[in-house]
Design a binder for this molecule. Structure first.
Ligand code: LMR
Length: 329
């Protein structure tokens, strides 16, 4: 099973219209902040499609992309207050719920996509999902977007010292803040959908993100340099409020879980493909200068940033940091 652990693969879906909970149409809302043509956007739509199919149209998921329902600053509170049923928040923004989530932000934690999958769908990811129980939240799955890159107007960014003195927009994460401080940059947490305008207005020099976010939000239009650094992970935790979940019938729960399982497995493959395709589109459609870090350059970044593993172990916990370190080799 990929992504969650509530339905065993050989368990049958006892689908029956007559059974409790499916005699009327049920509508759920799903809020996220990215564009539709991104790994998360497409996964949310795929989830809605699968739920619709599996319930013969009885369960509808209405997806609100681009922060049109709630921004990334509001979504967790909105979930807790019952104003939205599903959210897929970047794991980097989960530090307010528990500092352990910062583990997934550690720089150069995952050398490959396979290591990402082992991290988020293995014991580390499961532990993080379970940690939400005490907050009254059901963590349904991890959806990966892949690796973050760096964009800036002051560049090119080849070596760690190239970011010195720059103001970099980050997601609200202590690890990311510590990372940029170590590089001599000023880290500025800002909402995702404000980023384009902040760059355009010259309020920030740059930001870090996946290619799909850089492409779909057109950051390449307002940034001069893009460094393919693959220095960090960006992914999401799909969540529901536990009370709302508990109110659902067994059938509804099983349909949602099965659709989530299929979507999660599908997303892992899609995310890689989307980011690759959209890098080609950026190359074709813009004059942004692209630099890919060489292995030697990467070693210099790692050397500079590796002390974070020790400094942040105090907040994240030694066990999780050690488990993550094992995936780096
Ligand atoms: C960001 O804020 O840069 C990302 O978390 C946006 C997203 O949801 O992918």
């Amino acid at each position: 099973i990929v992504g969650y652990r509530y339905l065993s693969p050989d368990e049958e879906l006892p689908f029956d219209d007559e059974q409790e909970g499916l005699s009327e149409q049920i509508v759920f809302t799903f809020s996220h902040v990215v564009a539709e043509n991104t790994p998360k956007g497409r996964a949310a739509d795929k989830f809605a499609e699968l739920v619709n199919e599996k319930s013969n149209g009885k369960i509808k998921i209405v997806v609100f992309p681009n922060g049109s329902l709630f921004s990334d600053i509001e979504d967790i509170t909105a979930l807790k207050e019952g104003q939205v049923h599903f959210i897929a928040t970047s794991t980097a923004k989960m530090g307010g719920l528990s500092p352990e989530w910062a583990v997934l932000d550690l720089p150069f934690a995952f050398p490959t996509y396979e290591a990402i999958e082992e991290g988020i769908h293995g014991p580390i990811g499961t532990h993080l999902l379970d940690s939400l129980q005490k907050k009254g939240i059901l963590g349904l799955a991890h959806w990966s977007n892949g690796f973050k890159q760096i964009t800036s107007n002051t560049g090119p960014i080849r070596l760690p010292q190239d970011l010195q003195g720059q103001t970099i927009r980050i997601m609200n994460s202590d690890t990311l803040r510590a990372q940029y401080e170590l590089l001599g940059a000023e880290a500025q947490p800002e909402s995702f959908n404000d980023t384009y305008h902040l760059i355009e207005a010259g309020k920030i020099d740059g930001e870090e993100n996946t290619i799909s976010n850089i492409y779909s939000k057109k950051f390449y239009e307002v940034q001069k340099h893009l460094t393919i650094s693959n220095h960090g992970y960006l992914g999401y935790v799909v969540m529901m409020d536990q009370k709302v979940w508990d109110q659902q019938s067994k059938n509804t729960q099983q349909i949602l879980l099965e659709a989530m399982q299929e979507t999660t497995a599908w997303n892992d493959r899609q995310a890689i493909k989307i980011n690759e395709e959209q890098l080609e589109l950026i190359k074709q459609n813009s004059s942004i200068q692209i630099h890919e870090l060489s292995n030697q350059e990467k070693e210099q970044w790692k050397k500079k940033l590796d002390p974070l593993y020790d400094t942040l172990a105090a907040t994240i916990g030694d066990k999780l940091v050690d488990e993550l370190k094992a995936l780096r080799t």
